[in-house]
Design a protein around this ligand. Structure first.
Ligand SMILES: C[S@@+](CC[C@H](N)C(=O)[O-])C[C@H]1O[C@@H](n2cnc3c(N)ncnc32)[C@H](O)[C@@H]1O
Length: 209
C-alpha cells in the first residue's frame, strides 16, 4: 500500500472512530467541515425549549452545543472515548449543571431508557453502522411518542465516487434504502431536505415516531 493509500485509510478510520491525539484534531476538523450540515440537522428538529434531545455520534460536539441552546436536557452518545473526553472538557459546566449527559455506546445499544427523549439527531454516522435495522429500532425505542429523528447523510451518489470512502469500509447506502429502514423501524417520514454542502450534496431525512 502506497503512502497516499495509507494516509487515506488512516483518515477513514479516524472519521469512523476518532482516537488519540489525531482523533482530537479530527474532532475540531469535523466541527468546521460539517458545520452547515449539523446546523441544518439540529434546526430540522424544530425543538421547543422544554424538550430533551440526543445527538448520536456527536464527534467534535458541535451538535451538542447547538442542542444545548434549544433543549432543556441534552444527551450525547458516542463510541469514541476520545470524543467523549473532549466533550467532557468542552462542556464541563453544562455537565455539572445536569443539562448534558454523556454516554458511551453504539447506535444499536443506546444507554437510555425507553421513550426518554423527544428529539434525536445523527449526522454522518450510519456509514459506520453495519446493522441499520437494529440501530433504527434502538432509536425508535428511546424516542418518546411522536418524537422526531433527523438523520443526516452525504449524497450517496457523490460519496460512492470517492475511492477513499468506498475502499475504506464506508457503508454508503442509497437514500431509498435508508428511508425503507427508517419506516420499518416505525419512524415515519415528515420531510426530505437536500442541499449543497462542502461541494457535495447532503440529505436530511426528517422522521417522526
Ligand atoms: C464522521 S464523524 C461525524 C461527527 C458529527 N456527527 C458530524 O457530523 O460532524 C462520525 C462519528 O460517529 C461516531 N460513531 C461511529 N460509529 C458509531 C456508532 N455505531 N454509534 C455511535 N457513534 C458512532 C464516531 O466515533 C465519530 O465520532
Amino acid at each position: 500500500m502506497g503512502l497516499r493509500d495509507r494516509f487515506q485509510a488512516g483518515l477513514a478510520r479516524q472519521l469512523g472512530h476518532p482516537s488519540g491525539l489525531r482523533g482530537r484534531f479530527v474532532g475540531s476538523a469535523l466541527n468546521r467541515r460539517n458545520r452547515e450540515a449539523v446546523v441544518k440537522a439540529v434546526a430540522a428538529l424544530e425543538l421547543s425549549g422544554g424538550e430533551s434531545a440526543l445527538d448520536i455520534g456527536f464527534g467534535g460536539g458541535l451538535g451538542l452545543s447547538l442542542l444545548l441552546r434549544k433543549a432543556r436536557t441534552v444527551h450525547g452518545v458516542e463510541i469514541s472515548t476520545t470524543m467523549l473526553d473532549r466533550a467532557r472538557t468542552t462542556f464541563h459546566r453544562e455537565i455539572g449543571e445536569g443539562r448534558l449527559v454523556l454516554g458511551e455506546g453504539p447506535m444499536a445499544a443506546l444507554p437510555l431508557e425507553d421513550g426518554s427523549v423527544d428529539a434525536i439527531v445523527s449526522t454522518n454516522t450510519v456509514y459506520f453502522v453495519d446493522d441499520l435495522d437494529a440501530a433504527f429500532a434502538e432509536i425508535a425505542r428511546v424516542l418518546a411518542p411522536a418524537g422526531r429523528f433527523v438523520l443526516g447523510v452525504g449524497d450517496p451518489d457523490l460519496m460512492g465516487r470517492a475511492r477513499m470512502l468506498t475502499e475504506n469500509g464506508f457503508r454508503i447506502r442509497p437514500v431509498p434504502v435508508l428511508e425503507a429502514a427508517l419506516s420499518a423501524a416505525g419512524l415515519s417520514p415528515l420531510r426530505h431536505e437536500k442541499f449543497a454542502h462542502s461541494g457535495l450534496g447532503f440529505h436530511l431525512l426528517v422522521t417522526r415516531k
